[in-house]
Design a protein around this ligand. Structure first.
Ligand SMILES: [Zn+2]
Length: 128
């Protein structure tokens, strides 16, 4: 299979995709916050009970979705930090590693230093 970026390996593409996904969740969290603020601005009994309930539902739904989006963003960033802390080669301290082909998601990554060729295991975060 040809990669979109020749020379970049599977693990880098996965890492890049996860960072893009995490920031999409952060953007959705921000949009939810704006919806909560708009709902609070509109919340009033002046226009009747139906309008009040609609605005209250908007606030509650946006708040719940915003919390969900924040949790997704935070989880992905914790995983990125956990793996990034192990990305230094134990032999030459070069930052970054390569993986040989696709690996099982729950197993430790078999990492290879692109500078000196040293191999080591990159653990997955517990509970992920
Ligand atoms: Zn190395």
């Amino acid at each position: 299979m040809a990669h979109a970026h020749p020379g970049l390996d599977f693990s880098f593409m996965t890492y890049e995709r996860q960072l893009i996904e995490s920031h999409a969740w952060l953007a959705l969290c921000f949009i939810s916050l704006v919806l909560v603020m708009a709902g609070l601005e509109l919340l009033s009994m002046r226009d009747g009970l139906a309008e009040f309930l609609f605005d209250a539902t908007l606030i509650g739904g946006a708040a719940m979705f915003g919390w969900f989006a924040w949790r997704r963003y935070a989880r992905i960033m914790v995983v990125a930090e956990f793996i990034g802390d192990q990305a230094y080669c134990p032999a030459c301290t070069h930052y970054g590693f390569r993986c040989d082909g696709a690996q099982h998601a729950s197993a430790p990554l078999s990492a290879r230093c692109p500078k000196c060729g040293h191999r080591w295991q990159v653990e997955q975060p517990p509970g992920m």
